[in-house]
Design a binder for this molecule. Structure first.
Ligand SMILES: [Fe+2]
Ligand SMILES: [Fe+2]
Length: 144
């Protein structure tokens, strides 16, 4: 069983968003394996970099949707995104170099955080958007 398994309950009903969440989960699994199996530090660091870059890309896309569809809960949501990115950064700077156990602990924290964010925070904007726009229109924007 993977460290972080996708579940149908995470789906907000917007395919483009679900796909990006799945990709973040996949990178987190790769990171978990890398740390757990004590892979070469450079390899782990490059997966960490990939996680930051992809999370940044995903968050920017969500934030773009908030502006486009005039979502009112955006400031709290954006603050949560920043928190996640900062936490990954501490993993790179402190935890990973400190010890593998601390790094794994942080990764469990990130997993729980992301699960909660998908289930609650992201779910509310999905509901809000779907009430106002067709899913096809939102997906078209996501895919650019
Ligand atoms: Fe998200
Ligand atoms: Fe989000």
């Amino acid at each position: 069983m993977a460290f972080f398994e996708w579940k149908e309950e995470y789906s907000g009903g917007i395919m483009g968003i679900d796909d990006q969440h799945r990709k973040i989960i996949a990178i987190m699994n790769e990171l978990f394996d890398g740390i757990k199996l004590a892979r070469n530090e450079e390899v782990v660091k490059s997966v960490l970099k990939e996680l930051i870059q992809y999370a940044d890309y995903h968050f920017a896309l969500e934030e773009g949707l908030f502006t486009r569809y005039k979502y009112s809960e955006e400031s709290d949501h954006i603050a949560q995104h920043r928190h996640f990115i900062e936490k990954i950064r501490t993993l790179i700077i402190e935890d990973y170099t400190e010890s593998r156990d601390v790094a794994l602990e942080t990764l469990y924290y990130l997993k729980n955080w992301f699960q909660g964010h998908m289930l609650k925070t992201d779910m509310s904007y999905c509901r809000y958007f779907k009430l106002r726009e067709s899913v096809a229109e939102i997906d078209k924007f996501i895919k650019g």
